[in-house]
Design a protein around this ligand. Structure first.
Ligand code: VGL
Ligand code: ZN
Length: 201
């Protein structure tokens, strides 16, 4: 068991990001067993859950004439338009059935406001609206974070970069992540991690 200064953050291990889901990430289900095993090492474990209302602004279907994976300009910047995914209360938004959820002390939902997406577990996509996770982790005494989950180049990467910016010591376990890889997003994520001092294990 690692010391209580170490927290495991499991990002968006949900049905819609796994094969068969609405925004399936290739191999997303392959990492479930390894994440489950890693939970035994951590006294502080957080799961995040992408949790959108049906009218969410990140859904291409809510932008007439726009196709999934196109982009649009939002007040907070450029937003990729996604297939409808992780709608609150649906089976697609549920955790992968094989994921251990009992060891986690917190399941944090994000992206619940219709007008703004939230890739990061720490801030919504305006990069300023907090989710509350920083306060939770600090109050629990965590200073070193290990990130795993889906998708490497979106929610894992945004969470890792925000965590590093907040002063946490961050490690991404890339073997326990899988990527969407849209227009070079995975390579861009890796170079941003290097610049931010994020460790890759
Ligand atoms: C994610 C795209 C849209 C993710 C969530 O979990 O990486 N990607 N919503
Ligand atoms: Zn989403």
């Amino acid at each position: 068991m690692r010391p209580a200064t170490d927290a495991l953050i499991v990002i968006d291990m949900q049905n819609d990001f796994c094969p068969g889901g609405a925004l399936a990430v290739a191999g997303g289900d392959e990492i479930v067993a390894g994440i489950n095993a890693l939970m035994d090492d951590f006294a502080v474990t957080v799961l995040t859950q992408d949790w959108h209302p049906a009218d969410h602004a990140s859904f291409a279907a809510n932008h007439p004439g726009k196709a999934p994976f196109a982009t649009t300009e939002m007040p907070y910047g450029t937003q990729v338009l996604w297939p409808v995914h992780c709608v609150q209360g649906t089976a697609g938004a549920a955790f992968h059935p094989g994921l251990r959820t009992d060891p986690a002390q917190l399941a944090l939902r994000k992206g619940f406001r219709a007008g703004i997406d939230s890739y990061s577990a720490f801030f919504e996509n305006d990069r300023t609206t907090p989710t509350g996770l920083e306060g939770y982790l600090r109050e629990r005494g965590a200073s070193r974070l290990t990130l795993v989950g889906l998708a490497t180049d979106f929610c894992v990467s945004y969470s890792a970069l925000d965590a590093a910016r907040l002063g946490f010591e961050v490690t991404v376990v890339e073997d326990l992540c899988r990527a969407i890889d849209l227009d070079g997003s995975l390579a861009a994520a890796r170079s941003a991690w290097a610049a931010a001092g994020i460790r890759v294990a």
